[in-house]
Write a protein that binds this ligand. Structure first.
Ligand code: SF4
Ligand code: MG
Length: 338
């Protein structure tokens, strides 16, 4: 299926400024937030980006949303590189690639109604229509798309008058106001009540199908990736370590870190628990995620890996293709991939 968005070699290092001595020192310290990310989003497909908190997955989404510039690497929409910030091509990109944040309450202005938020989105993107009646019709249409019915009941409400799930639906409606081709959803259900998470994920899936959207689904919960995503990519300490079809990666994980995530994840068949942070592997996977100021040499997972070999601490493992729908960046597969 058609490629919408691609990232190649995407890298972001943030400077660390802790004191005068650091400022004066020649080797400024940086946080290796993400390194060398490859990613492809396709029409009508959900790609999950899975990892612990602090693994860099939100940074990937923010780079793709152009919320800040990258240190190096390439981002392409339909094959066109987006290089200059602020130009016509950049604005078109920002319309077509919309982000949905974890906390719908923080992303909506509490002093404004649903009508205000959605009208503003439609106007910014030139989709408000030419008459009041047309605008009203477009507003209704957005709310119907996110299953807030009847729309009249929601249009003049303030964010605090809505439930968490309704607020997230309004955020999604606002993103749809731009008529996007890609949605970047950063932990879109992790702050919602367990009982309504599936409803929001099912809505996103329904939108993917009806609007043929490319969706990046960022989560710390690999069980929800199996349920919801077509493809799954696993990140550890700012790097991608495994990827492939969600079915293969979740049922037959190759990378030792992916296996650890799955062992500590809730039972994926218990969909009522999907995305439940109480059972999430975030802090339960054995050991600590490493510092990204001085990430471990070689394979970044080696200090925690039960299979580590001597070369693991000195040489960065490349991606090894295990089959047509699975790869892993782990020296265990060097032979198998030959
Ligand atoms: Fe473990 Fe080595 Fe594979 Fe890294 S490369 S996951 S340390 S076996
Ligand atoms: Mg995050």
């Amino acid at each position: 299926t058609e490629v919408v968005l691609e990232a190649e070699g995407l890298t972001k290092h943030f400077p660390v400024r802790r004191g005068v001595r650091d400022l004066l020192s020649k080797d400024r310290k940086v946080v290796h937030a993400v390194d060398d990310i490859q990613l492809t989003l396709r029409r009508g497909r959900v790609t999950a980006l899975v990892g612990e908190s602090g693994s860099g997955k939100s940074t990937v989404a923010r780079l793709l949303a152009q919320l800040y510039g990258r240190t190096s690497g390439d981002i392409r929409l339909h094959g066109d590189s987006v290089t200059v910030r602020g130009g016509r091509r950049f604005r078109a990109y920002c319309r077509r690639v919309q982000m949905i944040f974890q906390d719908p309450f923080a992303s909506l202005n509490p002093t404004h109604t649903v009508r205000y938020h959605l009208t503003r989105a439609l106007k910014i993107h030139g989709r408000a229509g030419t008459s009041a009646a047309e605008l009203e019709e477009n507003l209704r249409d957005l709310l119907l798309r996110v299953q807030l019915t009847p729309p009249e009941r929601y249009l003049d409400k303030f964010p605090h008058e809505l439930s968490g799930g309704q607020r997230q639906r309004v955020s999604i409606a606002r993103a749809l106001g731009a008529d996007p081709e890609a949605l970047l959803a950063d932990e879109p259900v992790s702050m919602l009540d367990v009982s309504i998470r599936l409803g929001v994920l099912n809505l996103l899936r329904d939108l993917k199908e009806r609007l043929n959207l490319a969706i990046l689904y960022i989560t710390h919960d690999i069980a929800s990736a199996r349920y919801f995503a077509d493809e799954t990519l696993v990140m550890y300490a700012g790097r991608m370590v495994e990827g492939g079809s969600s079915e293969t990666v979740t049922q037959n994980p190759a990378h030792p870190y992916t296996r650890l995530l799955i062992e500590s994840a809730p039972d994926p068949d218990r969909l009522d628990r999907v995305g439940d942070p109480r059972e999430a592997p975030e802090d339960e996977a054995g050991g600590e995620p490493p510092s990204l100021i001085a990430p471990p040499s070689g394979c970044r997972f080696h200090p925690r890996c039960i299979h580590a070999m001597p070369k693991c601490s000195t040489e960065l493992p490349p991606r090894f293709e295990l089959s047509s729908n699975q790869w892993a960046a782990c020296w265990l597969y060097e032979e198998a991939a030959r």
